[in-house]
Design a protein around this ligand. Structure first.
Ligand code: ADP
Ligand code: MG
Length: 323
């Protein structure tokens, strides 16, 4: 017998094993009832994944469940927020129980790791599309924003850049050594939201953003919001061996600058606090690399490893640029 909408919600989404005390009422009523901590602000963000646009038809359901939450948590990380709750808008062509169990399992694994409770959502029939909204807490006045970078601040990124883009291109036929593939695919399908890093950057970083579209365009967002320019030292970009090989063989910097889907953090720090940032890397167990500097003006430019300046930056992913 086909699963009804209510059975589906009850079976797969009503209890994903995280039970927070600040959830007065979770899935099952017309609204969830939530109790934010006294004196804290709510940080709220939403991201949608659409089949054929953000992932291919037939994509692994467990990965999708994980990734739809991970990309949202990455936004909370970029604000320095502590995650708490999520809602899930699911549009499904059919109620396939294997798919639903795998999807819910991927979502639940990350939700449990980050103590995020799924408190509600909406389920409808239609072309496969997944929307998640996350809610987190920040102390008033302390959230990491895009508009605080000042000339002289150092620009840092976490992790490595361009791995997800290379995995995607490998899927489209670009030759990549077999030994690199499992790790690259993990970077594409199961990105790690840098929540611990974001929370530790509160009071230290002057601005932050998560890298969803590519360093070139995401750093430009910081520059525009802050009314500053920046220079990137391409030779300093943190690259995995696979991406480093690709860049040195092709001379093409598009992957680390514009491929997107990195879900690392890019942040700026006043120069006198450099030592504090460098001490942080071991505590958040991810590399933090200085890649450039904020400048006066409004130009974002890059310097190649041989010292040559390049003017234009490859653009990041823009959903409406190529329609
Ligand atoms: P209503 O008709 O009042 O909007 P629904 O029938 O859409 O309620 O949903 C019933 C309950 O199930 C609500 O608490 C809603 O938040 C929750 N819900 C629906 N879909 C999902 C989902 N995909 N994930 C989590 N909770 C969901
Ligand atoms: Mg509804």
């Amino acid at each position: 017998m086909p699963l009804s909408e209510f059975d589906l919600i009850r079976r797969y989404f009503s209890d994903l094993s995280v039970h927070r005390e600040d959830v007065i009422l979770g899935v099952g009523d017309d609204c969830a009832l939530l109790q934010p901590p006294a004196g804290q602000q709510l940080a709220v963000s939403m991201d949608t994944l659409v089949e054929g646009r953000h992932f291919s038809p037939g994509a692994d359901a467990n990965d999708l469940g994980y990734k739809c939450l991970a990309v949202n948590l990455s936004d909370l990380a970029a604000m320095g927020a502590e995650p708490a709750w999520a809602t899930l808008g699911l549009t499904l062509p059919v109620a396939d129980e294997h798919w639903l169990a795998a999807f819910a399992g991927g979502f639940a694994a990350l939700a449990a790791a980050q103590k995020v409770q799924l408190v509600g959502g909406d389920t409808t029939r239609g072309p496969l599309s997944i929307t998640v909204q996350v809610h987190g807490f920040v102390t008033p006045g302390e959230a990491l924003r895009r508009d605080g970078a000042r000339p002289g601040d150092l620009v840092y990124v976490s992790g490595t850049l361009g791995d997800a883009g290379l995995a995607l291109r490998a899927g489209q036929g670009l030759g990549v050594a077999d030994e690199h593939l499992p790790w690259l695919l993990k970077r594409l399908h199961r990105p790690t939201p840098r929540l611990a890093l974001g929370q530790r950057l509160v009071g230290l970083a002057s601005a932050a953003i998560d890298l969803s579209d590519g360093l070139g365009s995401d750093l430009r967002h910081i520059c525009e919001a802050s009314g500053v320019g920046a220079v990137l030292e391409l030779g300093d970009l943190p690259l995995s061996p696979a991406v480093a090989t690709h860049v040195s063989e092709t001379g093409d910097w598009t992957l680390p600058l514009a491929a997107g889907d990195d879900y690392e953090l890019c942040f700026t720090v006043p120069p006198h606090r450099q030592a504090e940032v460098e001490g942080l890397a071991s505590r958040v167990s991810c590399p933090l690399t200085r890649v450039g500097m904020i400048e006066r003006g409004s130009k974002l430019h890059a310097v190649l490893p041989d010292g040559q300046q390049i003017g234009g930056m490859p653009d990041g992913y823009d959903h409406f640029a190529h329609t």
